[in-house]
Design a protein around this ligand. Structure first.
Ligand SMILES: [Zn+2]
Length: 145
């Protein structure tokens, strides 16, 4: 089994109406990626769509993919493209369910947000997933911290 150090939460930084096909097409033809960006995408209605098996390395955080699981919700920006936490209650419920499952599968892994790997103000910084994972877990699932 692949060693997993981090379970990383993301947003797609696009409209909540984005389709999975549009997102996958952007990775492939827009960015030229050979692999998908995340293992699981969470739609606005809370449905979790698996894009890759856990054993497969995906492309969520540059230089941190070999030992990571990446989970993203669709959304994370307002209509002007500004970062905003617009997760639906259904998306939050699915995040918590998946995080509990993954923490059981990989007890040593830390749950973090994409931005926790980055330094504010430095090139390449992004606010993904548009909320503080630490605050989120503290409030909803402190046992996962
Ligand atoms: Zn991200």
């Amino acid at each position: 089994m692949r060693q997993i150090d981090h379970i990383v939460l993301h947003c797609t930084a696009g409209p909540q109406s984005q389709t999975i096909d549009a997102i996958k097409n952007w990775w492939k033809t827009g960015l030229g990626w050979k692999q998908v960006g995340y293992h699981i995408l969470i739609k606005a209605d809370g449905e979790a769509v698996r894009l890759a098996e856990d054993e497969v390395v995906t492309n969520g955080v540059k230089n941190h993919n070999a030992r990571s699981i990446h989970i993203s919700y669709i959304g994370g920006v307002n209509k002007n493209g500004v970062a905003v936490d617009n997760r639906t209650p259904a998306q939050i419920a699915t995040q918590l369910r998946l995080l509990r499952e993954y923490k059981e599968k990989y007890p040593a892994a830390r749950i973090v947000g994409h931005r926790d790997f980055l330094v504010p103000g430095k090139p390449g910084y992004k606010s993904c997933p548009s909320f503080s994972v630490r605050d989120f877990l503290t409030k909803h699932a402190p046992e996962l911290l």
